[in-house]
Ligand binder design. Structure first.
Ligand SMILES: Cc1ncc(COP(=O)(O)O)c(C=O)c1O
Length: 363
């Protein structure tokens, strides 16, 4: 299977023109935003070519964020699945407990370079908001985070964390976010010695999956994105944008979208706040149409079972988002040859989800 990407992303990826992945992506934004977007694009292009900027990003990724994170063999889960080896990419070990810090650090360094003093973010599970608030605290920047009121209730600890870090959290009716991860050199090193047969990652906005897929684009590795099937695809209460949606425009970009016959964006449901979003980053739409990545879905119930199984068998409490990927990986591992490896992106920790899991498990 050959990749459509000649270079490792993030931004060096196969954009047919800036911001486009085939027919997906684009800039469906108001005229009044164009100047700001152009300014950002120019600043980004200059920054990534600047040795000082890259050095600072790499230095802080190592010393502040705790990267590169290791890969870890999940022996007891492997035994339980009864097939191929299951490995975790330990993004849950990053500072602030998820992959979000990679993006937040890059964005804030860029904003500083552009002379910006006020950082605005939106967040679903709160992990992205916490990561942005953390980096803003480090650099003394003003930080304002918009968060859906339901998410504020179900991820109250993260709201408190953001406030502790000095950010102001503004409640809104609904909301999530998309991110793009930083490239993952650790995986690159690792894959030179051993390629996994399959890489599995959950897909909300799509950032953690793109981050772990990208280093494998040119390798004979299956890439699987796991969306949230919520209470089941047939129930209508899900957030599987690619599996259950069709292309449309949301939040300025053309990509797969959960929409009704009239093109109205549909309400979503997932037990996991970070997957509870009706759209998906356009690069995934492109990878899907190119058949370079496969997209599947996992229900709330299956994700919860994987959450408990991983906690008990590995001593690692995974985020509910990541639990979707594990739930898909387990039966998959059972089907594959023992000599193969399934690499699961453990995108974050489950600390933020304990109340939800306790509620769902009736205890
Ligand atoms: C731990 C974790 N994993 C995954 C996601 C889903 O987002 P994305 O698909 O952009 O990685 C989130 C979002 O909040 C998250 O907190």
């Amino acid at each position: 299977m050959k990749t459509p990407h000649p270079d490792p992303p993030p931004q060096g990826g196969r954009e047919s023109k800036p911001g486009r992945y085939g027919k997906y992506g684009g800039q469906y934004i108001p005229e009044t935003l164009m100047a700001a977007v152009d300014e950002l694009a120019a600043a980004f292009d200059a920054a990534v070519k600047n040795d000082g900027f890259r050095h600072e990003f790499e230095y802080l990724s190592r010393t502040f964020s705790g990267r590169p994170t290791p890969v870890y063999r999940a022996d007891r889960l492997t035994q339980q699945a009864g097939g191929t080896e299951i490995w975790f990419k330990r993004e849950d070990l990053c500072h602030t407990g998820a992959h979000k810090i990679n993006n937040a650090l890059g964005q804030v360094l860029l904003a500083r370079r552009m002379g910006k003093r006020r950082i605005i973010a939106e967040t679903g599970a709160g992990q992205h908001g916490v990561a942005v608030a953390t980096v803003c605290a480090k650099f003394g920047l003003q930080c304002e985070v918009y968060m859906g009121v339901d998410d504020m209730a179900r991820q109250a600890i993260n709201v408190y964390k953001m406030q502790l870090l000095g950010a102001s959290v503004t409640p809104v009716e609904s909301g999530s976010k998309t991110l793009k991860d930083a490239t993952n050199e650790a995986i690159r090193d690792w894959v030179t010695s051993r390629l996994p047969a399959v890489v599995v990652a959950c897909v909300g906005g799509g950032s953690n999956a793109i981050g772990i897929f990208a280093p494998f684009y040119n390798d004979p590795v299956r890439l699987v994105g796991v969306e949230a099937a919520g209470r089941g695809l047939d129930s209508g209460a899900h957030a599987a944008s690619i599996v259950g949606g069709r292309p449309g425009v949301l939040h300025g970009s053309f990509s797969y979208l959960l929409q009704d016959e009239d093109g109205q964006v549909m309400a979503t449901h997932s037990i996991s706040a970070g997957l509870d979003y009706p759209g998906v980053g356009p690069e995934h739409a492109f990878l899907h149409d190119q058949h370079r990545a496969e997209y599947v879905s996992v229900t709330d119930e299956q994700a919860l079972a994987a959450f408990h199984q991983t906690s008990r068998l590995e001593g690692i409490i995974p985020a509910l988002e990541s639990s979707h990927a594990i739930a898909y990986a387990m039966p998959l591992a059972a089907e594959l040859a023992a000599a193969d490896v399934v690499l699961v992106n453990l995108s974050g920790r489950g600390d933020k989800d304990l109340d939800i899991v306790r509620g769902a498990s009736g205890g």
